[in-house]
Ligand binder design. Sequence first.
Ligand SMILES: Cc1ncc(C[n+]2csc(CCOP(=O)(O)OP(=O)(O)O)c2C)c(N)n1
Ligand SMILES: [Mg+2]
Length: 663
Amino acid sequence: MPKESNKNKTHNALANAIRFLSIDAVQQANSGHPGLPMGMADVATVLFTKFLKFDPANPKWFNRDRFILSAGHGSMLLYSLLYLTGYKDISIQDIKNFRQLNSKCAGHPEYGHISGIETTTGPLGQGFGNAVGMALSERILATSFGKISDHFTYVIASDGDLMEGISHEAASLAGHLKLNKLIVFFDDNGISIDGPVNLANSENTTNRFKSYQWNTISIDGHNPDSIAKAIKVAQKSKKPTLISCKTKIGFGSPNKEGKSSAHGSPLGNDEIQLTRKVLNWSNEPFQIPLKVLNQWRTCSTFGKAEFKKWNNSFSKISSKQKTEFNRRIKGKIPTTVTKALTTFKKKLIKDPMSLATRQSSEMVINKISGLMPEFIGGSADLTGSNNTKAKEAQIIAAPKYNGQYIYYGIREHAMAAIMNGMSLHQGIIPFGGTFLIFADYCKPSIRLSGLMEQRVIYVLTHDSIGLGEDGPTHQPIEQLASLRATPNVNVYRPADTYETIECWEQALNTSKNPSVMALTRQKLSPIRHVYSKENLCSYGAYELNSSSKKPTVTLYASGSEVNLAISTMKLLNKNKISCRVVSVPCFELFKNQTPAYQNKIKGSSKVNVSIEAGVKMGWNDICPSGTLNISIESFGASAPYEELYKYFGLSSEKIYKQIIKKI
Ligand SMILES: Cc1ncc(C[n+]2csc(CCOP(=O)(O)OP(=O)(O)O)c2C)c(N)n1
Ligand SMILES: [Mg+2]
């Protein structure tokens, strides 16, 4: 080994503290990924000790630099950093409990477990997308608050992160938007699980990012001076920067360094002993020499000073601005929004409208957008179909970023991950549109919205065969069921304009759930004719009308099929069969009601029928047992929508016949 200078000695000791905490924790858990923390310890050490603006004593300080470990399998890198730098909510005991039940140090970093974890990562590429959302949020908020919003967003991304399709989408948009305060360290170790990356990859990653309009720098990821120099250059760039760091996975392990065997299993006791020798680390497992720990603990001095400076600047802004800033950061909806929606509901009762729910949703967006600058919309190239753009909304673009609308391009997956990042960043309530069928193109990120309890609103239009002629490739069949099956995601399917307002109101006021708005392409007649002070959709299901106290038949339906239920009810009534209709705009909210309420809604009809233009899966959790399901269990077809409804058995006459058979 070359002789170490004092400067290098200090750096190496700091980096080795990360390496050995990671090695020891993975060994103790007998599970985990030592390779990445060992390989990226040098980069992380330089970043955290010399550049990252943060204060472990004030981990939620708004203007901190964000650090995202997109390659979540390297979680021990992040846990080591948070412990070493002195975050209060992680102890050495937590690290010893790595990957055990209820440990804060879960297999992959989970948002909410430790204050320094900015987002949940593990599904490769997601963190990269989140980071783009965070960097964009920082720029958007600066348009209202100037230097109060002024931080960098740093990312560690692995080969896997950058191979994933989502990184292509997100990087391309980040380059287009010139997010110059986004700095990505690419852990260019040339190794993934199956072996060398060149088993499956031939592209030049640097050139790829260059073509996205990024600034690119290539360095030796084990040379502290090169790392520092690259960060300095990146900080001054007018474009987002990719710093490709040539590293060795499992750095320091004589038999596993540079090999995929270092990726995802414990090094083993013998190899650990050898690695301790190579890296000159003679400490017991989990033991960090006091001198090294103290050096780590003081590295945020710069961040603490920045925190003070920021507080000083913040104290100088007007009290009106302070109140507005605090409101946005807390995610509180302005009272003017509630008032506007109430006025809209009342007006609608007087002056009913037959609209597609996507149009109703557009009216809601138009009414509230100007009242909530933090309400940031967008669409994946379907603005005119999703009806997501408020008339007044300006387009968000470099270099000013003042606006409320993002043209995401045809990048559904990145849109969803970016929205997660915006919501996590705080100060923004994102909503974005595509067709419901393409929920499948953003599903991994929708799932993470649910897992991280983020208020992200997905405006998913063209919600059934009711879209008509575009045919089965565009007609959702199983999408509602699969989204409803995702924990914590509220799926709304409003039946008319009034319900659309209620569902939007509920989505905006539910800060710990993502919401899916499943909206129609086709016009729907109004079903609500009386103003209700209470938000009936917030119950998830409610009785819309009934022709008797003890109706023989109860019809349950959502969205566009509520009107079908009403016409079926009319037919039954005409034939002296009493009936009631229950509108079911949101399964999840109904399941949260008391058993008493649920039983009241379920009632005691002889015949129960659910009607929805999609698979029946899930309806039996809502309806009484033995319910007849009117559904579609095959792919759709291409035709005018009225014909399709008849073809698939969704007509009041056909439903009526089935009910009579059952009675
Ligand atoms: C979307 C997704 N697919 C697959 C995996 C499983 N997985 C975890 S890490 C990894 C790739 C490892 O290679 P790299 O990203 O270069 O990380 P390194 O081995 O260099 O640490 C894979 C396929 C995952 N976590 N996420
Ligand atoms: Mg790799």
